[in-house]
Design a protein around this ligand. Structure first.
Ligand SMILES: [Zn+2]
Ligand SMILES: [Zn+2]
Length: 332
């Protein structure tokens, strides 16, 4: 059975669960661990059955709950090397690291992981991390707690306990190079976005192909090619151009969103659906809708108009992913 569940989508947090055969992966962890688990249980997914977490890029709306969730479940995290490095920098912004120091830190963390055989110790760390104030200490706090000693000796690599970037296991993938996690084949592809090495994915399980493409300034030819022949298409429909132009964001932020490495507008998504898309998907999910510069109905109507040519009872069912609650699971 193949199952696709969007737990959350938008600038306040993104997460999706993809299940195929005996495998189950979490794509992005942009909510707190607690909220991720709550939403998974709401839709009938057991967090403990997740096999891995796969990350699109290091922006906080995609990684906010990453470390705690991965540690809690003791599962590997798949990144590109560039995204992993950017994520580590984001969590420890005041620690300047040369590339050699960073490699050394990765090596030490890997060695520690290898030595990590006591599950009892792991459980203790998880409980400690949950704390009383919730599961997600702010990045600044994390940085502050690891800073004072690190400042004494810049070459010192922090131990696991004080290291906010510690993960149970890290695996690297590269855009353009497909890999597998259990029964799910994954094709990562480069997307144009202002992050270190951002990607979208096509997941392939039991003959079903599911594409996920959000956080992209426009749809270049390599992305168009990836979105062909999919059974499920999750596509960004971030903002209405007019609402963004007239909206509350400062001009610099508007420019960023509108840029070639920003976010996809309703109009750009519709242009793709009308002119670049092959009409093959059973489900089209509009995602990463802005709460300030979009309205669900505007996004829906714009996409519906574009999909008119493919009108068919069985195909192109149009759904909207939401920020505040999971979208009902899609089964194949
Ligand atoms: Zn995002
Ligand atoms: Zn982003």
């Amino acid at each position: 059975m193949v199952r696709f569940t969007v737990l959350a989508s938008g600038s306040k947090g993104n997460a999706t669960v993809v299940s195929g055969g005996r495998s189950r992966i979490l794509v992005d962890a942009g909510l707190s661990c607690r909220e991720l688990f709550r939403r998974m249980k709401l839709v009938g997914e057991e967090p403990e059955t997740l096999d891995a977490i796969v990350i699109t890029h290091e922006h906080s709306d995609h990684v906010a709950g990453l470390a705690v969730t991965a540690r809690r479940l003791g599962i590997p995290v798949y990144f590109t090397e560039g995204t992993h490095r950017a994520w580590m920098r984001w969590l420890t912004p005041r620690r300047q690291m040369t590339y050699a120091q960073w490699m050394e830190q990765c090596r030490k963390q890997a060695a520690e992981r290898q030595a990590e055989t006591e599950t009892a110790e792991c459980d203790a760390v998880c409980e400690q991390e949950e704390g009383e104030e919730g599961l997600e200490p702010a990045a600044e706090e994390l940085a502050a707690t690891s800073e004072p000693e690190a400042a004494d000796d810049p070459d010192r690599v922090p131990s696991r306990k004080e290291e906010p970037t510690w993960l149970p296991s890290v695996e690297y993938f590269q855009a353009g190079k497909p890999f597998e996690i259990g029964d799910i084949a994954i094709s990562p592809f480069t997307i144009p976005h202002d992050a270190a090495d951002p990607v979208g994915f096509v997941f392939h399980a039991a003959g079903v192909r599911m594409a996920l493409a959000t956080d992209l300034g426009y749809i270049p030819p390599n992305v168009k090619a990836q979105l062909k022949g999919v059974d499920l298409l999750l596509l960004e429909s971030n903002h209405d151009l007019e609402m963004l132009r007239d909206g509350p964001y400062p001009w610099s932020v508007k420019q960023r969103v509108l840029s070639r490495v920003g976010h996809l507008s309703n109009e750009a998504a519709a242009d793709f659906l009308e002119n670049g898309y092959d009409g093959q998907a059973a489900y089209v999910i509009l995602a990463h809708l802005s709460e300030s510069n979009n309205l669900p109905e505007l996004a829906r109507v714009t996409a519906e108009r574009a999909l008119k040519g493919y009108a068919c009872l069985l195909a192109n069912r149009l759904l909207l992913a939401q920020q505040n609650e999971p979208l009902a699971s899609i089964y194949f």
